[in-house]
Design a protein around this ligand. Structure first.
Ligand code: ANZ
Length: 883
């Protein structure tokens, strides 16, 4: 046995043995509980893994390995999110084809994951681009399509003129494409959507049952954006129209015009001084037809301008508000006030009714608009019941109404209820709940995705491809770059497009493909039954393995992936295809790994653009610059920053188990860590200590310790060693379950330290004492096994134990052995601490009292006084009152 941690001598050997014996092949033994541990489905990027990615995979691995040792049937799979834009864009850049490229990248990921000892069952692996997988993605699409949950409509979409593709709203940041940086334009094309909005309330409600970080749940709630308010109708007046009609100037009496508004602040209705329609509001067409030419022209021009802008850009809070007067007025139903009606693009078409009552006294957006266009601002809410006036806008809901007719003086919440009822009584509207959530745009006009299994029939209808004809295979082509006209490159492949429709006529195959989020919305189901070619899954297997017990990945997926996967699961639940409503019972988000990254200090001109931080430079460039010109900063480890450390380098220099210890120990799981080699040396030192203590104890190690450990007269050593052992078991087990890996490792360090002290003092002679030390060593090795599996197997074998630690039983802690047999008691005199005593944990009240009064230090303070009272808190405190 090596006396130190020498990874190059044994790590590869153990990985080969694990693989030869199919150690991590999922077992489905009868009568055992199950545990499904899953990492987010990665897209295998060309750069391979960094030690940053390992922070996702190592912790999940530790938990899964512990569960296996605890006797669970464990499912711990890995696959690849191969379809989608990142892969296609990368392939275009490299002038290769995405399919073989992704295969190579996935191979590298797998090699690196194996290198760091992750216990994946590779026999269950697949890529989302495998026809055997996407056949069932298409099948699920069909289930949604046939129930109206997947539909096609014309939609103004975000158009990226550089990538020549449509972007989801979430891919647009500050009006620019997140990936290419291009200014996003708008384009109207037919698109496929998933009706996730039907599930908005359930997606909020069911969050309550989940063991997820509160922050992620809140991001989901905010993204769904429930708001409770009132929707009501208002009539429109076009000046001169009524007079013209009554004087006979107009041949027909004009139809009365109305529009509806949605407000969350019906209590402010007396403060309405104007109304706004979104430029795309359907009423605008009529208004243009019926108003004076100057107004009609202004509206037309404004609408054209607004059409060019993306929703995201329109919503930017720092943009100056713009708008035009329609020439028409709206009538406030509470007081018949006539208020001007505007078009303005800060009101969005897709939300609420696309029209608002504007209350500049209490809404800052309306306030800004009113100030710019010289519109009245009225205070109708006061922060105090006596109606004090305040600087406007006053946006708080904590307040009382004023200038509000009969409602003046009432608290906001009460007025909201009463005015809501009033609107309903008058039958001009009703109380209503709105959601910000939009239907999920799923189609891409790109090649590298799962084809949508729909045929456009000659008669103009659409139907889904029969199950037997699935999968609709993605054709193998040489050129797959975006066509640039907004259609998919598939549209230019006649052999793909032309097909027979339902009626035997010439149909056209749908040429859009699904965005990557579709593929990752059900992959966790497939791992339960990955090779099934008769169905997406066997219901029995799904109900055994699912839901995922612990799902681990980055917080950046808080909304999209995690929301879409929940939505598909709920749809499948409603169709009785899966027996659970939520796919991921528990969620954990790891912190990032940061690396010291060089930035060149900006010069005067650059400072305006880039700020103080400076300009990112490569390590090579940095080496050529004087140190005074550089700013070194911690930045997320990523290929684009050139600051990546690969697991290959780390393993080569320090060993896989050292890397595992480092990543788990250096900070709490959720916290960001700053990559440091010093920390790696620390991990190596700890492992050396584990090897040394094993070497020290091995000579007296007895595999049969269980038979010898009972002792009628336990020695101090026996008690102390067993206490250390069982305290470690209880704490490490609990910590790993809680994802508190750093404290699990510090517990192990303390445990090793205690054994070292013992060994230094003397090595045991009595058989029971030797058994206690053997138990300690056997326990230590099994407790480190999930964390440092290579070392554990090497040491296990050196002890003469057989098999892999993965198959060994996880130690079970016994609380009665873990309790301390001494306690520290504080002794107070008249409320001040005067002594601390170390006493047997079993000492009763009178014993504690006697010991306290017997203390020489206490004697000094009670000398010459009368003891009035002694209060004893067993295990903690003796308090003496004397005067
Ligand atoms: C009057 C009012 C007074 C409003 C006040 C707010 C404060 P959430 O919570 O986001 O649902 N609104 C309604 N539809 C809109 C649209 N399509 N585009 C832009 N704004 C819209 O907010 C609802 C509030 O946002 C509504 O309540 C409306 O302004 C505005 F002191 O009505 B409120």
């Amino acid at each position: 046995m090596p006396a130190r941690y020498t990874p190059s001598e044994f790590e590869a050997k153990w990985r080969a043995r694990w693989s030869e014996s199919d150690l991590f092949c999922t077992r489905e033994a009868d009568g055992r509980p199950k545990f499904y541990g899953l990492d987010f489905f990665p897209y295998p990027s060309g750069a391979g893994l960094s030690v940053g990615h390992c922070r996702n995979y190592i912790p999940t691995d530790v938990l899964c390995r512990m569960k296996a040792m605890q006797g669970y049937n464990v499912l711990h799979p890995m696959g690849f999110d191969a379809f989608g834009l990142p892969a296609e864009n990368e392939a275009i850049k490299r002038q290769s084809h995405p399919a073989p490229m992704i295969d190579r990248y996935a191979e590298t990921y797998r090699r690196q994951m194996e290198l760091i000892g992750i216990s994946y069952d590779w026999s269950r692996s697949f890529k989302s681009s495998d026809p055997g997988y996407y056949r069932w993605t298409q099948w699920i699409f069909k289930q949604l399509f046939e129930r109206g949950l997947a539909y096609r409509r014309m939609a103004a979409v975000n158009w990226d003129p550089v990538d020549k593709t449509v972007l989801a709203d979430e891919e647009v940041v500050g009006g620019r494409a997140e990936r290419s940086g291009a200014l996003v334009e708008k384009k109207l094309i037919p698109q496929w959507f998933m009706r996730i909005t039907d599930y908005a309330q359930r997606l909020i409600d069911d969050l309550d049952e989940l063991d997820w970080p509160e922050g992620i749940k809140n991001q989901q709630r905010n993204w769904i954006g429930r708001s409770d308010g009132v929707q009501f109708r208002m009539t429109v007046e076009i000046p001169g129209e009524a007079e013209a009609a009554s004087s006979g100037e107009l041949e027909v009496v004009p139809t009365p015009l109305e529009f509806e508004v949605f407000t969350t602040r019906i209590d402010t209705v007396f403060g309405m001084t104007f109304c706004v329609l979104a430029p795309e509001h359907p009423l605008v067409e009529t208004l243009m037809a019926r108003s004076l030419r100057e107004h009609a022209e202004a509206m037309m021009a404004y609408r054209t301008e607004a059409a060019l802008m993306s929703e995201t850009a329109r919503q930017a809070t720092d943009r100056e508000k713009t708008g035009v007067f329609t020439g028409a007025y709206a009538i406030n139903p509470v007081n018949q006030a006539r208020v001007a009606l505007y078009l303005a693009d800060y009101v969005l078409t897709g939300y609420g009714t696309g029209a608002i009552m504007a209350v500049p006294g209490h809404d800052s957006r309306d306030f800004e608009f009113a100030t710019k266009y010289g519109i009245d601002v009225l205070q109708v809410i006061s922060p105090s019941a006596d109606g004090a006036t305040v600087v406007l806008p006053f946006e708080s809901k904590d307040g009382w109404l004023l200038n509000s007719g009969p409602y003046s003086g009432r608290p906001v919440t009460e007025a909201q209820t009463q005015l809501g009822e009033w609107v309903e009584m008058l039958q001009i509207g009703e109380r209503k709940t709105n959601y910000k959530l939009r239907d999920w745009l799923i189609s891409r006009q790109r090649y590298w995705g799962c084809p949508i299994p729909v045929v456009h029939a000659a008669d103009g209808t659409m139907h889904s491809v029969p199950d037997d004809d699935l999968p609709v295979l993605l054709p193998e082509v040489e050129h797959y770059e975006p066509s640039g006209d907004g259609t998919s490159p598939l549209a230019h492949i006649p052999e793909f497009v032309n097909c027979t429709d339902q009626n035997g006529s010439l149909g056209r195959r749908e040429t859009d493909t699904m965005g990557g989020f579709a593929c990752s919305s059900w992959y966790f189901l497939r791992f339960a039954d990955p090779h099934n070619d008769q169905a997406g899954w066997d219901p029995a297997k799904i109900s055994y393995w699912l839901p995922v017990d612990c799902y681990v990945g980055g917080a950046e997926h808080a909304v999209m992936h995690l929301m879409y996967a929940r939505f598909w699961t709920k749809v499948l639940y409603d169709l009785e295809l899966v027996p659970f409503k939520e796919p991921f019972q528990r969620l954990q988000n790891q912190g990032q790994v940061l690396a010291m990254t060089p930035y060149r200090k900006p010069n005067e001109d650059e400072r305006l653009d880039v700020g103080e931080d400076g300009i990112l430079v490569s390590f090579a460039e940095a080496a050529g610059l004087p140190e005074a010109d550089l700013n070194w900063k911690w930045a997320r480890m990523s290929k684009s920053k050139g600051n990546v450390v690969t697991p290959d380098e780390a393993v080569e220099r320090f060993g896989a188990d050292a890397l595992r210890v480092y990543e788990l120990f250096v900070a709490p799981f959720e916290a960001d860590i700053q990559w440091s080699e010093d920390g790696m040396f620390g991990a190596v030192r700890f492992l050396n200590r584990v090897f040394r203590i094993t070497e020290d104890i091995t000579p007296i190690y007895n595999s049969d310790w269980q038979a010898q450990i009972d002792s009628d007269e336990p020695s101090a050593l026996w008690r102390e060693v067993r206490r250390a052992t069982h305290q470690a078991i209880l704490k490490v087990t609990d910590d790993i379950d809680r994802f508190a890996f750093n404290t699990a490792i510090s517990t192990l360090m303390i445990f090793v330290g205690r054994l070292e002290d013992r060994v230094k003092a003397r090595i045991a002679e009595a058989p029971a004492d030797r058994a206690a030390l053997s138990e300690a060593l056997s326990t230590l090795i099994r407790l480190i096994a999930p964390i440092t599996p290579h070392c554990a197997d090497e040491l296990w074998e050196a002890l003469g134990e057989t098999g892999f630690t993965y198959d060994a039983a996880w130690p079970v802690g016994r609380p009665e052995l873990a309790v301390e047999d001494t306690v520290t008691i504080a002794v107070q005199v008249n409320g001040k601490l005067r002594d601390t005593l170390v006493l047997s944990a079993e000492s009763d009240g009178p014993t504690l009292e006697a010991a306290a009064l017997g203390s020489a230090k206490v004697a000094q303070y009670v000398e010459g006084k009368t003891i009035r009272k002694v209060i004893v808190v067993p295990g903690k405190l003796v308090s003496i009152v004397a005067n």
